[in-house]
Design a protein around this ligand. Structure first.
Ligand code: THG
Length: 369
């Protein structure tokens, strides 16, 4: 395989941890919110097995925060998401589709309620801050919107609980999924949530004090030795098996949350006010015309760098593959694909061309595991 490198510049920002992960052997980057996001530390499959058995420390500073505070902050946050946040609690995280007036997805962040009038929108890869500022200006909201200097370290994997307990004490193991609390390290206070972009369990440390965060980064590796800790990053195999969606890859502004299986996070029956509500009611009444599904393909490798057409026996396009990877668990290629009506049904078969060869595949439910 030909090796390319990424040209660094101010547009693709380094993180406070970049020099560390480069010493530790990062082998690929992607860009995320105009920042470097590690994409590989050597073999994807080895990292996948290691993540499922041990513990990894991830530089996910690219998951930037949009801080929204002020008198109208709750109104603005609610205006942006179709999830009903009227009963949301301080100290909790909420996975929330952000949509526009046409119900097209703008982002799918985790929203943290820091206080009644202070929120962090922990974003996927799109410029939510510009959308939020536009809405605030247009509605004359009394809010302050900015990107704070917060750089997340994720600690993921089944041994993350033991490792974090050794550093922060028993209290950290008692936290509930998607809850957060504050923990002290070298005199600085760190917001730590029980969350992360894998289904192997773990935490996310929202580092505000870079100095303490760097010391904590090193401490995780020092204490983690006995748990075989390794540097890592969101793993393509694990996240597809787990059905964790990637904005810009699996879903984008041309899709609405009902088409993406995000129904759980769409509340149309309460009286909260959000953009795209009328459009979503219409979609719900008429039914969706495309749907995101899992696929299993009888192939041993794939590299998805753009949508790949999925074809039926009459050679008509019935859908498109948006992400895919070889899964050591299924011993086949698995992926996430958007299918047109009426083809989004389990066991629908299709053909796909990979490296000029034709392979057979079939539709299945998400998540795979
Ligand atoms: N952590 C933080 N910020 C993020 C991500 C993250 N921003 C970008 C991106 N990831 C946002 N996307 C997701 C998608 C899924 C989940 C989290 C972020 C997730 N979902 C759980 C699930 O699907 O089981 C549960 C969600 C729920 O039910 O509330 O965890 O990873 N800080």
């Amino acid at each position: 395989m030909k090796i390319y490198s990424i040209a660094k510049s101010r547009r693709i920002r380094s993180t406070p941890y970049t020099s560390r992960i480069e010493k530790q052997g990062v082998t690929a980057y992607t860009s995320y919110n105009h920042m470097l996001l590690p994409a590989a530390f050597g073999s994807l499959e080895e990292s996948y097995h290691h993540l499922k058995e041990n513990v990894q420390v991830w530089d996910v500073a690219g998951e930037r925060q949009v801080e929204i505070s002020g008198k109208d902050s709750a109104k603005l946050v609610q205006l942006m998401t179709c999830r009903d946040l009227s009963k949301s609690k301080v100290g909790r995280c909420y996975y929330c589709p952000i949509i526009d007036d046409n119900a097209g997805l703008i982002n799918d962040p985790v929203i943290l309620k820091l206080d009644e009038q202070r929120w962090w929108v922990s974003i996927a890869d799109s410029d939510v801050i510009l959308f939020a500022k536009g809405l605030a200006i247009g509605n004359k909201f009394d809010v302050k919107i900015f990107e704070p200097d917060v750089n997340i370290i994720a600690v993921q994997g089944p041994k993350s609980f033991k490792l974090m307990e050794k550093i922060f004490g028993k209290k950290i193991t008692e936290m509930k999924f998607f809850g957060f609390d504050y923990f002290e390290f070298t005199g600085a206070k760190h917001l730590i949530a029980k969350s992360g972009w894998s289904k192997q369990g773990g935490y996310e440390i929202y580092v505000e004090s870079t100095k303490s965060g760097l010391a904590l980064y090193d401490k995780l590796f020092e204490v983690g030795k006995e748990f075989d800790v390794k540097p890592g990053c969101p793993n393509l195999i694990e996240r597809i098996e787990s059905g964790l969606l990637s904005y810009g890859n699996d879903i984008d502004n041309n899709d609405n949350p009902l088409e993406c299986g995000l129904d759980k996070y769409v509340n149309l029956d309460t009286n909260v006010n959000f953009l795209g509500k009328e459009k979503l009611k219409e979609v719900k009444k008429n039914g969706i015309i495309k749907k995101l599904m899992g696929v299993i393909i009888d192939a041993k490798e794939i590299n998805v760098s753009k949508s790949i057409d999925l074809i039926n026996e009459k050679n008509l396009k019935i859908g498109e593959l948006r992400s895919g990877v070889y899964s050591p668990h299924f011993k086949k290629v698995i992926g996430i694909a958007m299918f047109n009506k009426p083809h989004f049904v389990i066991s629908q078969t299709f053909k796909i061309s990979i490296n000029d060869s034709i392979f057979e595949g079939k539709v299945c439910d998400l998540p795979f595991i």
